[in-house]
Design a protein around this ligand. Structure first.
Ligand code: T46
Length: 134
């Protein structure tokens, strides 16, 4: 089974253009508590490099593209997010890194919990210990 769970969102387009609607427990498989977006990432900069203890997230590039690497301690997989109708679900103890941001990239993330720094695992060796226990 792939580590990367792709979610395809229905474009509600008409002759004026496109629209995507994301509804809790319909398109997003959890109760939504927070939305944030990453933009104007400097060329060559990578982000992430952490896992979470208890957080579900859906990530979508609403404009532009970036590469998302997910690592469960055993397998590493990368997906290019390059469509406003394609997201990924990130859940469980998974290390994530984001690379190759396009200049115009706006990466939107919907999260199941409010921001909590104590939920982050920022050290890769600690991540491996926790991931390999599960
Ligand atoms: C994740 C990946 C995909 C807040 O104050 N509130 C927030 O909700 C967030 C997400 C961040 N912050 C602060 C914490 C840092 O001072 O914003 C600053 C940048 O956050 P961070 O370095 O964690 O950003 P990324 O892009 O490395 O990681 C983010 C999320 O933090 C993380 O949960 O899964 O995007």
């Amino acid at each position: 089974m792939s580590l990367i769970k792709v979610l395809n969102f229905k474009p509600l387009g008409d002759d004026r253009g496109d629209l995507v609607a994301l509804e809790e427990l319909v398109d997003i498989p959890f109760a939504m508590k927070r939305v944030y977006y990453v933009f104007r990432t400097e060329r060559g900069v990578s982000r992430g490099f952490h896992a979470h203890k208890n957080l579900k997230q859906v990530a979508v590039c609403v404009t532009g593209s970036c590469d998302f690497l997910l690592d469960d301690g055993t397998t590493r997989e990368t997906i290019t997010l390059d469509s406003s109708t394609k997201g990924i679900l990130i859940e469980g103890i998974v290390w994530r890194e984001m690379h190759n941001f396009s200049d115009d990239c706006v990466l939107m993330v919907i999260a199941s919990e409010h921001y909590d720094e104590s939920d982050y695992i920022r050290n890769y060796d600690n991540f491996l210990k926790i991931a390999n226990k599960n």
